[in-house]
Design a protein around this ligand. Structure first.
Ligand code: PGA
Ligand code: ZN
Length: 432
């Protein structure tokens, strides 16, 4: 096995035009691998720290030169000469060098850039596709079929991702009834274009939010679901059977003093119980298969209540409350919160710790949905990652904007490459 010769980081821009970290690892034999780190907007409060310079003279304080320097001056000299195949040891060493609980010294953005680039370098050096190498790292059986994930496609944006009057953050198409990933993508794209026409017909704007979904002003949050159902039908698909709906209200963003305040729309307040009631009504009325962050991260009682009331009926995904952190997630499992977890590598900051969280979900009977961030790059690492861990679901944005499409296009290529050795993850969901 080859050794790491150099590691170099630089400041680049993400899809929102904000600085982020790119890391390139070069091995002694010349193998070169690069990774770019994403960045969230509606972040959980206990996420690992994304180190920003805070210098108002550069990028309004959002520069990442400190994180870049931490890679180049602190991490690179310590990792030179190590084998990129020692992912666990490298990630542990970075955590030790950082020495904090939340990666606030070196920055999760610095550490994740290195962790992903090392992983990719090892895959390249062993001439293994990245998804297969990640399966090996995760201890997956090498003869089992690969699962190509069912995509959750965020076609209507609100909340912190858009400047419209919709409170809930994400309204996603979830084409679980498609026979393959390629067909799921087609179902989604056709419905997305149909939705555009429907919005135009109503005189609504079709400019897009941060994740590429439309961001119209609507009378109510309900109207967002209704227009999506109409688009599914008009595009020639059966709601629920062909295409379900997945929601991420990102409720932490509008949880204030014990109540949910619909501040972008009608300014109404709802108690946690009223929110549970609202979701109960919605799942009876609409083809909703998955609900992420229906309750705020601080509302533990609300989370327990929504899991008791609806946990047998649909997938309840914890994002802001679990932050891909194995310790925090274990606590949530103990408390009977949710039945699925959102997996974002930059919430925890290394590939190894992310795999630890995924393994905990798998052992505990929780589903795991791999996710992009609202600030993304052209790096499609998560497409390989989700195939490697085999949890069968990904959310990576709308059907436009290349930082989103890069992940979908990579999944198309993986599905084609694997042929008979791949199964589509929507199948298990569609049968439920
Ligand atoms: P973020 O949003 O990347 O802005 O945090 C995504 C999400 O809440 O799932
Ligand atoms: Zn979320």
């Amino acid at each position: 096995m080859n050794k790491i010769e150099t590691i170099h980081a630089q400041e680049i821009l993400d899809s929102r035009g904000n600085p982020t970290v790119m890391v390139t690892v070069v091995l002694a034999n010349g193998v070169t691998a690069t990774s770019c780190v994403p960045s969230g907007a509606s972040t959980g409060s206990r996420e690992a720290v994304e180190l920003r310079d805070g210098d108002p003279k550069r990028y309004g304080g959002k520069g990442v030169l400190k994180a870049v320097a931490n890679v180049n001056d602190v991490l690179a000299p310590k990792l030179k000469g190590k084998s990129p195949c020692e992912q666990g040891a490298i990630d542990r060493l970075m955590c030790e060098l950082d020495g904090t609980e939340n990666k606030s010294k070196l920055g999760a953005n610095a550490m994740l850039g290195v962790s992903m680039a090392v992983c990719r370098a090892a895959a390249q050096d062993t001439k293994t596709p990245l998804y297969a190498y990640i399966r090996h790292l995760h201890g997956g059986k090498s003869d089992a079929p690969y699962i190509i994930p069912a995509p959750m496609m965020n076609v209507l944006n609100g909340g912190a991702h858009a400047t419209n009057n919709v409170d809930f953050q994400e309204f996603m198409l979830f084409p679980v009834g498609a026979p393959t990933f390629a067909e799921a993508l087609r179902y989604g794209a056709e419905t997305f274009h149909t939705l555009k026409k429907l919005l135009q017909k109503r005189g609504l704007v079709t400019s897009v939010g941060d994740e590429g979904g439309f961001a119209p002003n609507l009378a109510t949050n309900d109207e967002a679901v209704e227009v999506i159902v109409e688009a599914i039908q008009t595009a020639g698909y059966q709601p629920r059977k062909d295409i379900g709906i997945a929601l991420d209200p990102a409720a932490s963003e509008f949880f204030e003093d014990g109540a949910y305040v619909f501040k972008k729309s009608d300014k109404s307040r709802k108690s946690p119980d009223e929110m549970v009631e609202l979701f109960g009504k919605w799942i009876a009325k609409y083809p909703i298969l998955s609900l992420e962050d229906g309750m705020g991260e601080e509302d533990k009682a609300g989370w327990i209540a929504v899991t008791k009331a609806l946990g047998k009926k649909l997938q309840l995904v914890g994002d802001d409350n679990f932050v891909t952190n194995p310790k925090i997630f274990a606590e949530g499992i103990k408390n009977g919160i949710a039945n699925a977890i959102l997996i974002k590598l930059n919430q925890i900051g290394t590939v190894s710790e992310t795999l630890e969280t995924v393994a905990l979900a798998q052992r505990s009977g929780y589903n795991a949905v791999v996710s992009h961030r609202s600030g993304e790059t052209e790096d499609a690492f998560i497409a390989d990652f989700v195939v490697g861990i085999g949890t069968g679901q990904i959310k990576t944005g709308s059907l436009c904007r290349s930082e989103r499409i890069a992940k979908y296009n990579r999944l198309l290529a993986i599905e084609r490459e694997l042929g008979e050795k791949a199964v589509f993850g929507g199948k298990s969901f569609a049968n439920k």
